[in-house]
Design a protein around this ligand. Structure first.
Ligand code: DPP
Ligand code: ZN
Length: 874
């Protein structure tokens, strides 16, 4: 395997400026003829050979010619396993290649492959070379002028590609064709083709400047009734981007296709987005609130890529965060505006802490702009995406919304139609605002999670409150960290200094404020930087946290203070040093939130009543003890549940009334919040199940909840509770699982939920159950969603996966052997569950390591898996 380095970038000596393609799709064989129009790259001197990427394991070369003349191998061209070399092509050369591919056998789901009744493509990052020989890198932008698709008309009535339909018609033998043309030059990773027997819904959108855009959303026929939410979300996205950034859509057509077998979430191909079904299909019976929110978010995300990704793209793959960090930021803002900004922020930060911080603390830690890769597919990471979005958010915080918009405008003005680097983005932001962002640029090259330590002092004689911040990171020079701070008066609870952004630019810096009396600082409001904030003294001031949990005027930090208190209490429990005082703070915070004092948002209330996740708690430990975390968190949850059982019950009833009064299920912020809060109540109530009587009561409650569910959200909440029941709850558990499966009636996305809920169950024999489920007729490793729903989800069941016997690791290790042969992208993702072995105690670590060593010795092994495993063992 070859490692590629960021600093080795060299522009191409020749560019393909235009391409025509002809796909003749037959059962078991697709013939792809490509014409590449080649020009010297004017910015590179010297010319030389033209190197085309092509994956020999996937494409079989039939012929290569120039002007109708076959080229001679060894003389005019050479062939290597991953490339074709054309010796010194003359300017204006039109190179024609004919290759054969077999999409039906493409289990990697990269390139052109078959999913159910359709052929579809996935080219990011390097899938186009599995379709034809081509300079498969983002700095080669070409006009895909004539893309002709030909297939059997009866089996494959729909023929789609990027851009506009320019021709179509019937052919002999029941075949037909369609030709597409995309006027916007694009890199190969944005190419797409879909050929299948599909249903669809249609609509139109008129942009502010009056362009009428035809919108289509496609899926397998039986699912067309589940496409409406995606269509509505698309229209909302189009409007939002016009309102927020003045960005309009630029083609007459925008199509989205839902595909069952898909490695990632979705793909922003120009004018033809291809989506994992899980992020398009949604209706009231089958989708939970979270699913609806995800559909809206991902539809927005892919749509926003049209400008941040497609119109301005990446020069090379190391710049991935240029488009992904920025587009995630944009989709976060969109979702926040559509629902609740405060709720969205809490959810996003939970994600950063649970997933990105974990990545930072493992062997795959990398800066948002990585320095090297073996397989680029391994860098579609939480770091590039969500930490990348946090970095964009920091620009927004530092420059303000207006300044940020000015920077965006200049970025498009300068770079529309080209492939650029993260430096170009930073420069546009700096120039538009006339500021120096050179120190800020360190965020692009620094891996790991920085820490910020704080200490404060109040001098009553001068009325000066001073806050000292000290940063530490993997950068030799200090980072530029925006730290949003507000000050709350200790006596009155009033905010005396509203949110102020402090520019922390030195290793250690003291900021002074003139105040009238002593204050409590609320630091890192709204999570203004992706750092770990901690007290300099090492010990958190619980009194201050309790105060902030009650009084903070910043919703995010009020939530955060409660979370910190819960965390203290959980760790005290783990260490056998429980303090009554801490517990009392926890109870106070919980009770206040439950009563809804100062809170009118059900979702925020729900999140404030939830304990930090096991994954988040893990990142607070030097050596992670999953069993101890699970036990301690469970114990604190029990204490809360038992102490407030009556109040929680009453709240549950009250909310049940409100949910009922809410009527027909709707997915607006308020209704979602109601269900979320009620389901948190259910979770607490169902956690009380020690005695047989309690088991019976919990099971009855959950069963009733299941039967009266207002939709999938309630159903899943009930089923999750039931799935972990034993003793007197066993019967209800088995009944509900069977009922849920039967009701799913084979519909994949619901069957996926059925697998997941069992993989996450808190039962002593969960691993055996999961193993047994891998033999279920509905289980397959070939459909990524299905594989993930059971196997990847199992690795998130920390106490089961990290069982001291090592059986959980062994199960995953053995499965990876099979999976890697089928689909390296999915296998290397799954292997990430084993790579953080140094974070666990010696015994667990050794067991994980043993599995990694077995995998590393495996032959053959995919590059994707090899990279992950070898970095973990380094
Ligand atoms: N570019 C794709 C995205 O939207 C990759 N899955 O993130
Ligand atoms: Zn994206």
């Amino acid at each position: 395997p070859v490692e590629v380095f960021r600093t080795d970038y060299k522009p191409l000596p020749h560019l393909v400026t235009k391409i025509n393609m002809d796909f003749v799709i037959e059962n078991g064989k697709t013939t792809v003829t490509s014409e590449l129009f080649i020009e010297p790259n004017s910015s590179v001197e010297g010319g030389g050979d033209l190197v085309l990427d092509g994956d020999e394991s996937c494409v079989k070369l039939m012929s290569v010619s120039i002007d109708g003349k076959e080229l001679e191998k060894g003389k005019e061209y050479d062939l290597e396993p991953q490339k074709m070399i054309i010796k010194s092509p003359a300017p204006g050369t039109v190179l024609k290649t004919v290759v054969e591919i077999v999409p039906e056998e493409n289990t990697q789901l990269s390139g052109l492959y078959k999913s159910g009744p359709m052929y579809c493509s996935q080219c990011e990052a390097m899938g186009f070379r599995r379709i034809t020989y081509y300079p498969d890198r983002p700095d080669n932008m070409a006009v895909f002028e004539n893309i002709r698709l030909e297939a059997d008309e009866k089996d494959y009535p729909v023929l789609l590609s990027n851009g506009n339909l320019v021709d179509s018609g019937k052919l002999e033998n029941g075949r037909h064709f369609a030709s597409w043309s995309d006027p916007f030059p694009k890199p190969s990773y944005l190419f797409a083709a879909v050929v299948g027997n599909l249903g669809y819904i249609e609509d139109t959108y008129t942009t502010t400047s009056g362009r009428e855009v035809k919108l289509g959303v496609y899926s397998e026929k039986e699912n067309v009734d589940k496409l409406h939410y995606a269509m509505d979300s698309l229209k909302r996205s189009m409007k939002w981007d016009e309102d927020k950034f003045g960005l309009e859509y630029d083609l007459d057509l925008y199509n989205i296709v839902a595909v069952e077998s898909f490695n990632m979430g979705a793909m922003e191909n120009k004018g033809l987005n291809v989506f994992n079904t899980a992020y398009v299909l949604a209706d009231k019976d089958t989708a939970s609130d979270a699913d609806f929110e995800r559909v809206e978010g991902v539809i927005g995300h892919e749509y926003f890529h049209n400008w941040t990704g497609n119109r301005v793209t990446c020069r090379d793959w190391f710049q991935l965060t240029l488009k992904e960090g920025l587009t995630v930021f944009r989709d976060q803002e969109f979702s926040g505006d559509m629902n609740s900004n405060a709720v969205k922020r809490i959810e996003d930060v939970r994600m950063v802490r649970a997933r990105q911080f974990a990545e930072d603390a493992g062997p795959m830690a990398h800066p948002i702009r990585p320095e090297s890769y073996i397989s680029m597919d391994n860098f579609y990471t939480a770091t590039v995406y969500v930490k990348g979005a946090e970095v964009i958010r920091m620009y927004n915080t530092l420059l303000g919304t207006e300044g940020f918009r000015k920077g965006m405008d200049l970025y498009f003005e300068r770079h529309d139609g080209t492939g650029v680097t993260c430096d170009d983005f930073l420069q546009a932001m700096a120039d538009a605002n006339d500021v120096d962002l050179s120190q800020f640029s360190l965020w692009y090259s620094t891996p790991g999670t920085p820490t910020v330590k704080y200490s404060s002092a109040y001098d009553a004689s001068t009325g000066v409150f001073s806050l000292t911040l000290e940063q530490e990171s993997k950068s030799d020079k200090p980072l530029h960290i925006p730290v949003s701070v507000g000050l709350m008066d200790k006596e009155s609870g009033e905010e005396v200094v509203p949110t102020t952004v402090l520019d922390l630019k030195e290793s250690k810096q003291t900021f002074e404020f003139n105040v009238k009396g002593d204050v409590v600082p609320s630091i890192l409001r709204d999570f203004s930087a992706p750092v770990k904030l901690m007290p300099d003294s090492g010990a958190v001031d619980e009194e201050a946290l309790a105060f902030l949990a009650a009084e903070d005027t910043d919703g995010f930090n009020r939530w955060e203070a409660g979370q910190r208190l819960y965390t203290s209490s959980i760790f005290q429990n783990m260490n056998g040093k429980e303090s009554e005082k801490t517990l009392q703070y926890v109870f106070d915070a919980f009770e206040r939130t439950l009563k809804g004092e100062k809170l009118d948002d059900y979702s925020i209330q729900a999140y404030a009543l939830l304990l930090p996740t096991e994954a988040t708690l893990s990142e607070e430990m030097e050596i992670i003890d999953p069993t101890a975390i699970h036990k301690a968190r469970g114990a604190v949850k029990q204490k809360i549940a038992r102490k407030f059982q009556n109040e929680i019950s009453a709240k549950y009833e009250e909310l049940s009334g409100l949910v009922e009064a809410d009527g027909e299920l709707s997915v607006d912020a308020k209704s979602i919040g109601l269900r979320r809060l009620r389901n948190v109540m259910l979770e607490y109530l169902c956690s009380i199940k020690e005695t047989p009587e309690e088991q019976k009561a919990a099971a009855e409650l959950a069963k009733k909840h299941f039967e009266n569910a207002s939709g999938m959200t309630d159903k899943m909440a009930a089923l999750s509770a039931l799935a972990s029941m034993e003793g007197k709850g066993t019967e209800a558990r088995d009944w509900a699982l069977q009922k849920f499966y039967d009701d799913a009636d084979g519909y994949s996305l619901v069957v996926d939920k059925w697998f997941s809920v069992q993989a996450l169950a808190n039962l002593p024999d969960v691993l055996d159950r999961v193993k047994k489920l891998t033999k279920h007729p509905d289980f397959t490793l070939e459909v990524p969603n299905r594989c993930r729903s059971l196997v990847s989800v199992f690795t998130m069941n920390a106490p089961a996966f990290h069982n001291p016997s090592g059986e959980g690791y062994k199960f995953i290790g053995e499965l990876l052997v099979e999976l890697d042969k089928l689909n390296p992208q999915v296998s290397s993702r799954l292997a990430s569950s084993l790579i953080r072995w140094r974070r666990y105690d010696e015994k667990l670590g050794a067991l994980m390591k043993a599995e990694l060593e077995k995998l590393k010795a495996m032959k053959p092994i995919s590059e994707d898996l090899y990279e992950i495993v070898s970095k973990a063992l380094d």
